[in-house]
Design a binder for this molecule. Structure first.
Ligand code: ZN
Ligand code: ZN
Length: 302
């Protein structure tokens, strides 16, 4: 699974950074989280075809998180998209999207389904689910947890021991059935191991949020906003400093922290944000437009 920070500036773009957008490539399906201005151009530059985007999750309706949506939708139309597009977000997403799509003249070759979400909802895709959760940004705002399904894997050594390695019966064991084999009864737990699915959490815009910490627990990757250094945080209501993002990552025991949503004040000094965060959490990196993060599958013992 690959995760891309596509747009990493907050509020206004800079020469180097576009507005909020983050993409998960899961087995060829692309799921976009936020779609700020410039998103489609960065996706093109990185050769991340927009036609594979199946779902778009908007964290909240501040312009830096949705201003690229109309252009992206229009390009999909001009490229002849036929498959439907799903757009999700906090309350009023349907209303705002309808209004946006009712502005100007353009044709539509495909269906767009829009849904307002509430915390507790789950959007189930092929092999994964996405859960919205409330964060603290002064308006309706979500973070999202992308969770891969757990899977079952046969232990090759055990299979060999039992002479089962080429047997089609492995399918039934994986489904949890007990089988008879060479006069022996084999229970699934003897050869099949549960593999934990991967988890990616995206904060959207938020002040330090306890709710986010509980959703982010044990995530493989936490993409968290770090709008400013800690000395500036009192001026930035509804946002998080790099130091706080690191404390959150540590408290939630995540594997890796990726910072995003940088104030333009730091456009040449993003390193200072990473340095501040690394005081509290070691495995931290700054996102950059088009930067890729690979998230490897877990092993059964993980
Ligand atoms: Zn923002
Ligand atoms: Zn915002």
């Amino acid at each position: 699974m690959k995760v891309y920070t596509v747009g990493t500036s907050s509020a206004v773009p800079t020469r180097e950074r576009g507005l909020a957008a983050h993409l998960i490539d899961f087995k060829g399906e692309r799921i976009l989280f936020d779609c700020g201005e410039g998103t489609q151009r960065t996706l093109m530059k990185e050769k991340l075809g927009i036609m594979k985007i199946s779902r778009i999750f908007i964290s909240h309706w501040h312009a830096d998180h949705f201003s690229g949506l109309l252009g992206l939708i229009q390009t999909m139309e001009l490229e002849g998209r036929e498959k439907p597009l799903y757009i999700y977000g906090p309350p009023r997403t349907e209303e705002f999207t309808d209004r946006m799509l009712d502005t100007g003249y353009f044709n539509r070759s495909y269906d767009i389904f829009v849904e307002d979400l509430v915390e507790g909802d789950e959007i189930v895709g092929e092999g994964y689910q996405v859960k919205p959760f409330e964060v603290d940004h002064g308006i309706n705002a979500f973070g999202y947890s992308f969770e891969e399904e757990n899977s079952r894997k046969a232990n090759k050594e055990k299979m060999k021991e039992l002479g089962l390695e080429d047997s089609p019966k492995i399918g039934r064991l994986k489904q949890g059935e007990t089988i008879d084999w060479n006069g022996k009864t084999i229970r699934p737990e003897e050869v099949v191991e549960e593999v934990r699915g991967r988890k990616i959490v995206y904060s959207g815009d938020t002040a330090r949020s306890e709710n986010l910490i509980s959703y982010a627990e044990d995530a493989d990757l936490l993409i968290h906003e770090a709008t400013c250094l800690h000395e500036m945080i009192t001026d930035r209501k509804g946002h998080t400093s790099a130091l706080q993002a690191a404390e959150i990552a540590s408290k939630a025991s995540v594997e890796k922290l990726v910072l995003t949503h940088f104030s333009r004040r730091y456009r040449n000094q993003v390193d200072s944000l990473v340095k501040e965060a690394s005081q509290k959490f070691e495995n931290v990196e700054a996102g950059a437009d088009g930067k890729k993060f690979e998230v490897k599958p877990h092993r059964p013992e993980d």
